[in-house]
Design a protein. Structure first.
Length: 285
C-alpha cells in the first residue's frame, strides 16, 4: 500500500508540473517590421524617415534606435513611454546622412525578450523621387461656413456641401471645427461626419465615402516648402480616419483611398464652426 501511495504521489507531482508548464507558455518575442517590408532606402538632402511598427504580446519596455559603425553602436534615441505598449508606430527621422548608414532598431518587452532589425540608408541626391502636385493657400470652410469644406486632392477642388454630394467619389477629406476635436480634417467615411446621432452630417448623403487616412508628420514646415518631388512623401504612412486639434505650422501626412500619398501644411486657422482653415498641399501625381 505504501508503495502504491508513493507512486500515486509521484504521478500527481508529474501531472501538476505538466499543467504548470502548459499554463506558463512563454509569449513570443517582439516583432519589428518596416513599412512595405522595405529595409533599404536613399536619403534625400541628407535625411530619411524610417517608418514601420513594433508589436509585442506582453507589452514593450523600450525601443532603442542605434547607429551601427563597424563593431560600434551609438544610441540615437530610446523610447520608453508608449500610447500603446503592444503596438508602437516607428517614425524616426535620421539626419545628416553623408555615407551609407545602418540603423538598428532593438525592441525589449516586459519579459526581457529582445528583437533587433536593421535598416540601411544610402546616400541620395537632392531630387530622386517622382513628380508631385503642389497647391498653395487652399481655403476650406468649417461646417457652418459659406466656403466649401470638402476637398479633392487630385484636382485641387473645393466643394460646397451641395456640390460634394454629386462629386463624392472625388472627395478625399472634409474640414470641421468641433467643440472638443477643434480644427479637424476627416475622411468622408469617418463616423464623426456621417450624420449619426451626436455627429455632423457633412458626408451623410455621399454616395461614395472615401477612406482617406491621416497621421501627424515629423516633416517641418521648411522641409515641406523645399520638397519638389515625392522622395519623402513616398515614405509616409497614415492610419487614422481623422486628425484633430490641428495647429498652425504643423504638417500632416495622408494617404487617399486610391493610394496616393501626400502632405498637408497647416498655414492658418480661423476658429469656430463658421471659421476656416488654409492649407498647402503636396501630393503624388
Amino acid at each position: 500500500m505504501k508503495r502504491f501511495n508513493f507512486i500515486l504521489a509521484l504521478a500527481s507531482v508529474a501531472f501538476a508540473s505538466f499543467v504548470t508548464s502548459c499554463s506558463e507558455e512563454t509569449a513570443s518575442a517582439p516583432e519589428v517590421s518596416f513599412s512595405n517590408g522595405q529595409n533599404t532606402a536613399a536619403a534625400v538632402n541628407g535625411s530619411y524617415e524610417i517608418n514601420g511598427s513594433v508589436t509585442s504580446e506582453v507589452g514593450l519596455d523600450k525601443v532603442v534606435f542605434l547607429q551601427v559603425n563597424g563593431g560600434d553602436e551609438t544610441t540615437l534615441a530610446t523610447i520608453s513611454t508608449f500610447d500603446d505598449d503592444k503596438n508602437y508606430v516607428i517614425k524616426q527621422v535620421i539626419s545628416d546622412v553623408v555615407a551609407e548608414t545602418i540603423i538598428k532598431v532593438t525592441a525589449t518587452d516586459k519579459d526581457g525578450q529582445i528583437t533587433s532589425k536593421t535598416f540601411t540608408i544610402t546616400v541620395g541626391g537632392s531630387s530622386t523621387g517622382d513628380a508631385i502636385k503642389s497647391y498653395s493657400a487652399v481655403l476650406l470652410g468649417a461646417q457652418d461656413a459659406t466656403t466649401g469644406s470638402a476637398y479633392a486632392s487630385v484636382s485641387n477642388s473645393v466643394y460646397t456641401l451641395a456640390l460634394a454630394k454629386t462629386n463624392s467619389a472625388s472627395v478625399d477629406f472634409v474640414y470641421f471645427y468641433g467643440a472638443s476635436n477643434l480644427a479637424t480634417l476627416a475622411a468622408p467615411n469617418d463616423v464623426t461626419v456621417g450624420g449619426t446621432a451626436g455627429n455632423l452630417a457633412i458626408c451623410a448623403e455621399y454616395a461614395t465615402k472615401n477612406a482617406t487616412k491621416f497621421s501627424t508628420s515629423t516633416v517641418t514646415a521648411s522641409e515641406f516648402t523645399a520638397m519638389t518631388d515625392d522622395s519623402v512623401i513616398a515614405t509616409v504612412s497614415a492610419s487614422d480616419s481623422k486628425i484633430t486639434q490641428l495647429a498652425t505650422g504643423s504638417v500632416v501626412s495622408f494617404v487617399t483611398a486610391a493610394g496616393k500619398k501626400g502632405l498637408i501644411h497647416i498655414a492658418e486657422i480661423t476658429t469656430g464652426a463658421t471659421g476656416s482653415i488654409k492649407i498647402n498641399v503636396k501630393v503624388q501625381e
